[in-house]
Design a protein around this ligand. Structure first.
Ligand code: 6PG
Length: 469
């Protein structure tokens, strides 16, 4: 009987679509789901003559796989992954490859990698981005962990991955242990920031110019033809254009303004704080999701807390032009923060990350795919040790010609009372990073005053303490 090239465990929408992607690319895929009903449905929907083998126990799954076995776990991140590893263990042998393709917390992946190290089972924590469509037609894949496993998996993963404009598959070995999931986590942090910046731009234009959703859709669609070209801008235009069949209103206008989150953005901010990397725009995006969820409180506060009562008096075409510049500038700064975090984490966790490769595999397939990522790839290819993306000549220039617009747009937001937390933090990061002198001298003096924490001086070597009173 024909054995399968890979097994997929967990046939939710991502697992299901990834299985079909492998199958379409010529591989035999063994399927397993906790509820047999789901497996039967996937087989029935796929129809006959497909390279799919339904299995109804983990033992049967493992018996139906070519050696070394390759198993992709697409189960809920967290305890379910541990449970599945425990259940699979008796049927696995040394040399078999186990891949966790969920949004697992990277420290969990580190722990699982460590636990399996001496068993001979090759463990891979793989970030997968691109949503349902990406899973089916070509995701961006971020496998980390066992290098031997990567050698075994590479041809298959290169086949199913998205292809960048130059034809290169959007997958590469990311680094040891939890590196793949770490990078996916930061991808999501950047995703949060990017979405927040787009949302603020939409909010400002809506407030200032009173534009309808379909009118705003046209603006975003036009922006998508230029330097802002990206999946998130493209879908923003499509979302804004969509009319609700029931109410005949733009659908976006009837959607409750409470953003939910599954945790990857929050983890990015938490980890950035842990390792001492500044990612204020990512954190602002998380904070804004948290504030958005306080709908009832906000409704009450909106009745009692005052703000400016102003209308925008300027030229609308000019504001749209400024908003485009501001969005691009703040987006560059947000990506710089994310890349800076990756650089620092690479040292902290000894991941050996190659930032040019990470940017390259995000050029297609993933949620943050954008024209900008080709420029980021080039910047790191040209200068692998670049300390901050903002210093790359192309980005330095892009910001030199746009930071005025970013300032203007934030000013207008402030005048109208539109919250611009993402853009404001982006600009503040930019201004802080380019400051030869920050007021941290005062903070040091205060620390020394109340706690004798000591300080260093600009004009002399050594550690100093002053009796301040
Ligand atoms: C991707 C996405 C995906 C994530 C969603 C939802 O790269 O395909 O990042 O993995 O689950 O973006 O995340 P939130 O629910 O936290 O918004």
């Amino acid at each position: 009987m024909r054995k399968a090239d890979i097994g997929v465990v967990g046939l939710g929408v991502m697992g299901h679509n990834l299985a079909l992607n492998f199958e379409r690319n010529g591989y035999w895929v063994a399927l397993y789901n906790r509820t047999a009903e789901k497996t039967r449905k996937v087989l029935a929907d796929a129809g006959p003559e497909r390279r799919l083998i339904g299995t109804f126990s983990l033992e049967e799954l493992c018996a139906n796989l070519e050696r070394p076995r390759r198993i992709l776990l697409m189960v809920q991140a967290g305890q379910a992954v541990d449970d599945m590893i425990t259940s699979l263990r008796p049927f696995l042998q040394s040399g078999d490859v186990l891949i966790d393709g969920g949004n697992s917390y990277f420290q969990d992946t580190e722990r699982r990698h460590e636990a399996l190290k001496d068993t001979g089972i090759l463990y891979v924590g793989m970030g997968i981005s691109g949503g349902e469509e990406g899973a089916l037609w070509g995701p961006s894949l971020m496998p980390g962990g066992s290098v031997e496993a990567w050698k075994i998996l590479a041809p298959m993963l290169q086949k199913i991955a998205a292809k960048a404009e130059d034809g290169e598959p959007c997958v590469d070995y990311i680094g040891p242990r939890g590196a793949g999931h770490y990078v996916k986590m930061v991808h999501n942090g950047i995703e949060y920031a990017d979405m927040q910046l787009i949302a603020e731009t939409y909010d400002l234009l809506r407030h200032a110019l009173g534009l309808s959703a379909p009118q705003l859709a046209e603006i975003f669609a036009e922006w998508n033809q230029g330097e802002l070209q990206s999946y998130l801008i493209q879908i923003t235009a499509e979302v804004l254009r969509k009319i609700d069949e029931e109410t005949a209103q733009p659908l976006v206008d009837v959607i409750l303004d409470e953003a939910q989150q599954k945790g990857t953005g929050k983890w990015t901010s938490q980890n950035a704080l842990d390792i001492g990397a500044a990612v204020p725009t990512i954190s602002a995006a998380v904070d804004m999701r948290i504030l958005s969820a306080l709908k009832q409180e906000r409704l009450q506060a909106s009745r009692v807390l005052s703000g400016p009562i102003r209308t925008f008096q300027g030229d609308s075409t000019h504001l749209i032009h400024l908003a485009r510049q501001a969005l691009y500038a703040s987006k560059i700064i947000a990506y710089a923060q994310g890349m800076g975090l990756l650089r620092q984490a690479s040292q902290e966790y000894e991941y050996g990350l190659k930032l040019d490769r990470l940017a390259a595999i995000w050029r297609a397939g993933c949620i943050i795919r954008a024209r900008l990522l080709s420029n980021i790839t080039l910047a790191y290819e040209h200068e692998p040790d670049l300390v901050n993306l903002l210093l790359a000549p192309a980005f330095r220039e892009a910001l030199a010609s746009r930071h005025h617009a970013l300032r203007e747009v934030i000013k207008i937001g402030i005048e109208l009372g539109v919250p611009m937390m993402g853009m404001s933090t982006a600009l503040a990061y930019y201004d802080a990073y380019r400051s030869a002198r920050l007021p941290a001298n005062l903070i040091q003096a205060q620390r020394d005053y109340f706690g004798a924490h000591t300080y260093r001086r600009l004009d002399r070597e050594g550690i100093f303490h002053t009796q301040w009173t």
